[in-house]
Design a protein around this ligand. Structure first.
Ligand SMILES: Cc1ncc(COP(=O)(O)O)c(C=O)c1O
Length: 387
């Protein structure tokens, strides 16, 4: 009998796999399931990105281990992109590092910074890797509950000083998955002050930096004075350029932290496949109208879904960012029971808020990952059902 290591115990995907099983069963029983659960973009990258990937794949010298923190042209492209988009200056050599998707960096960062028993502060509800990474590192989690009352920002004053003194890392994420919430530079400035006071590192996950609507821009954490002294930011080409299967992301910011992660990675992996790095360079340096198109698509889907749900009597607000709707369960059921009923009665698949942490109870996350017709159809079925 195989005995799992203790560190595996914290890693459960129970709710996500239960929901996936229920969806499979519904499909097998002949139901037309509208999959708004997993946040995997249904869009393709722009043609010039695919072309760059193709030409890289055709070059016979593309197939070696890449072994570096990223090709110089990729690191420079990332630094230039950050300057243009957020006014943040980065040294391409020491303050930028490519990743095999931002998930990979998020998974490993706690191993670099936290000893067993140290605290990592994570948002609740939050994207699952924020708890899995620290748990594998043997760290303790302190979950910062994000509620509508506090604008979905952690209440920094509510964190016990004894925990802050043992904290090595705080993880934040704006625009947020699953909440679709955003954060102000003033809030980030408070975080910088707290990190300086208690000597911890801030890791901001900026995977949805470009999925912002109605002209809104989310500031980079690194654009706040002093942030680079205490923090790093993870970003990704997955959502911005619809390249999630390519597995390419990056970390920018504090050079010392990045060199730690680099050392860990040089022991663990051999870098991002060269043609994918070429495609990433094409994405970051090429025409950006593909990003505008993507944003327009998600914004239209958001409008169709939110307007449709409101017409169905399910009161939901339009978020300023991300590819998700965070909706209060309209029936008073638990988020899990509601999700199951919704699937069985309408074929619409969503994720119950409890899957993202206890503070997500009472909500569901709806991902805008289907074409407009399917989203309208989902809203129509929900209206029919809730009537
Ligand atoms: C908040 C957040 N961070 C990180 C990731 C991982 O992105 P990547 O594809 O770059 O690993 C996701 C993916 O859905 C996400 O939602």
């Amino acid at each position: 009998m195989v005995q799992q290591a203790d560190r595996m115990r914290g890693l459960t995907s129970a709710i996500f796999s239960e929901i996936a099983d229920l969806q499979k069963k519904a499909i097998a029983s002949g139901k037309d399931v509208i999959q708004l659960s997993i946040g995997s973009p249904d869009l393709a990258p722009a043609p010039h990105i695919i072309e760059a990937l193709k030409s890289g794949a055709e070059a016979s010298d593309s197939y070696g281990y890449t072994l570096t923190k990223g090709r110089p042209e990729l690191l420079t492209a990332i630094a230039d992109w950050y300057k243009t988009k957020f006014g943040v200056e980065l040294d391409a050599d020491s303050e930028v590092h490519s990743l095999i998707g931002s998930q990979e960096g998020l998974a490993h960062i706690s191993l670099c910074l936290a000893n067993p028993g140290d605290y990592v502060l994570i948002p609740d509800p939050g994207y699952p890797i924020y708890s899995a990474g620290p748990l594998v590192a043997g760290a303790n989690l302190h979950r910062m509950c994000l509620t509508p009352e506090n604008g979905f920002l952690p209440d920094l004053d509510a964190i016990d000083e004894s925990i802050l003194k043992q904290t090595k890392l705080m993880i934040l994420n704006y625009p947020n998955n699953p909440l679709a919430a955003t954060a102000t530079p003033e809030f980030f400035a408070k975080v910088v002050a707290l990190a300086n006071r208690y000597d911890f590192i801030v890791c901001h996950d900026f995977a949805y930096s470009e999925l912002v609507f109605d002209g809104y821009r989310q500031a980079s954490f690194l654009s706040v004075p002093g942030a680079k002294e205490v923090g790093i930011e993870f970003n990704s080409l997955s959502k911005t350029y619809s390249m999630c299967g390519c597995r390419v992301g990056y970390v920018v910011g504090n050079a010392e932290v990045i060199s730690l992660l680099s050392r860990l990675k040089s022991n663990f992996d051999y870098g991002v496949f060269a043609p994918i790095q070429q495609a990433a360079v094409a994405a970051l340096t090429g025409p950006q109208d593909c990003v505008d198109n993507t944003v327009a698509i998600y914004q239209r889907r958001r409008d169709i879904l939110v307007d449709g749900l409101n017409q169905a009597g399910w009161k939901v607000e339009k978020p300023k960012a991300s590819m998700y709707i965070w909706a209060k369960v309209p029936t008073g059921q638990s988020s899990f029971d509601f999700t199951v009923d919704l699937l069985n009665n309408t074929g619409v698949a969503v994720i119950p808020g409890i899957a993202f942490g206890d503070c997500g109870e009472g909500y569901v996350r709806i991902a805008l990952v289907q074409p407009e017709e399917r989203i309208s159809e989902a809203a129509a079925r929900i209206k029919q059902w809730l009537r």
